[in-house]
Design a binder for this molecule. Structure first.
Ligand SMILES: Nc1ncnc2c1ncn2[C@@H]1O[C@H](COP(=O)(O)OP(=O)(O)OP(=O)(O)O)[C@@H](O)[C@H]1O
Ligand SMILES: [Mg+2]
Length: 370
């Protein structure tokens, strides 16, 4: 059995990762989890028939800390390494959207409380569930998640999750938070809670002070942005010709083609995002799903581009609101991008946001709405 620790140490030895004490502690915990999971009798086996039904798998691990500390990297390493089926890795927001859909369908069947059947179905699909970026910012999610989680853990599902906050700060200051407290207690009791909060934001370090706004569009900007993309995604040089694409689901049933999508980083052209009839729901889906967006080919806009400019404003608002990191190639600096035309005055706020989005402070923020 390959261990998470072996793979981690190999990456450190190869110079791809720097030694990090918090990460080593997390790796040790992930290996303990892997060992415990390896001891869970396989359903239907003799051991399972003898005692397995009574063996409760471990609850799992909750890794939290500031941005760029390596939480997602370690979760991915564990997810790939741990031999336990069926398993599933999903972005937390996507999982919640899916739960709302499934609960709606269950309610429509009018068979009483919709949560138990949905929990049973989810538990049957994945015995190991990995969530990236757990964040709770509305009471509907808080209530559903609280009940769903209790039932998933009861059903023997093991959870690995990452978050920018410790469990006690989840849904902080939220409405009816007292109803959510049992969920926090449950996480603290059933999951091993691990801080990954060392001094280094490795993502920022990987950008190494690279500019995030390139003028003008052209080969130099393209080369710099593609370098940034590969640094941010640790993509092996030999695979660079075949970066995956993605069809991003937009609420309401449409999809959006993402020409390059890897590890939470997406590349789009201005033409595709703002030159076609798209709106807030597309931009919100992007902002929720990706922590970093690379946008190429932003032209200088004039009065004849009022639709493009209006869409661009909506896009930037969504990205800014969700603290998505933006890297871009444009034919002008933000202040000179849309000097005249309908809404040029309002565009000043967008330009100011674009300036702020280039700052170290902004780049060091966690993805998601507070
Ligand atoms: N020890 C390390 N040495 C060098 N690079 C690292 C190390 N740990 C992580 N990285 C790299 O830093 C980048 C950020 O890591 P990762 O995406 O896992 O951060 P995160 O903690 O999930 O951040 P966020 O909260 O923003 O999601 C990745 O490219 C990752 O490979
Ligand atoms: Mg992450």
């Amino acid at each position: 059995m390959t261990r998470v620790g072996e793979r981690y140490r190999a990456l450190v030895a190869a110079g791809e990762l720097r030694p990090d004490a918090d990460q080593e502690r997390a790796v040790a915990a992930l290996d303990r989890l892997a060992t415990a999971l390896a001891e869970v009798p396989k359903k239907g086996s003799i051991l399972w028939r003898l005692a397995g039904r009574k063996v409760q798998p471990p609850g799992g691990i909750y890794m939290w800390g500031g941005v760029g500390r390596g939480k997602s990297m370690l979760m991915d390493l564990a997810f790939d390494t741990i031999d336990y089926a069926p398993k599933r890795r999903v972005h937390f927001n996507e999982f919640m959207l899916e739960m709302h859909d499934r609960l709606r369908a269950a309610r429509a069947r009018e068979e009483g409380d919709p949560i138990p059947p949905v929990a049973r179905a989810v538990a049957a699909e994945a015995k190991l569930l990995c969530f990236d970026e757990m964040i709770i910012n509305n009471s509907a999610d808080a209530m559903i998640l609280s009940r769903l989680f209790i039932q998933l853990l009861d059903a023997g599902v093991t959870v690995i999750t990452t978050s920018n906050r410790p469990p006690r700060d989840l849904y902080k200051g939220g409405l009816n938070r007292e109803l959510f407290l049992p969920f926090i207690a449950l996480i603290e009791q059933k999951l091993e809670v691990l801080p990954l909060n060392g001094p280094t934001d490795y993502r920022l370090e990987r950008l190494g002070g690279m500019p995030t706004w390139y003028v003008p569009n052209g080969p130099a900007a393209s080369a710099a942005l593609s370098e940034a993309f590969f640094r941010l995604t640790d993509y092996p040089v030999e695979d660079r010709a075949k970066v995956p694409t993605e069809e991003l689901a937009i609420p309401g049933g449409r999809t959006l083609h993402v020409p390059k999508s890897l590890k939470g980083v997406a590349v789009f052209s201005f033409k595709r995002l703002c030159g076609e009839a798209r709106g807030a729901s597309d931009y919100l889906a992007i902002a929720r799903h990706f922590h970093t967006v690379i946008l190429v080919g932003i032209p200088k806009l004039g009065p004849e581009n009022r639709n493009e400019a209006a869409r661009f404003v909506t896009l930037i608002d969504a990205l800014y609101e969700h603290k998505v990191k933006l890297l871009a190639a444009a034919d002008a600096e933000p202040q000179a991008l849309y000097p005249t035309g309908d809404g040029a005055f309002e565009f000043e706020r967008t330009a100011s946001r674009l300036m702020e989005m280039q700052s170290e402070d902004y780049l060091a923020k966690g993805h998601g709405v507070e």
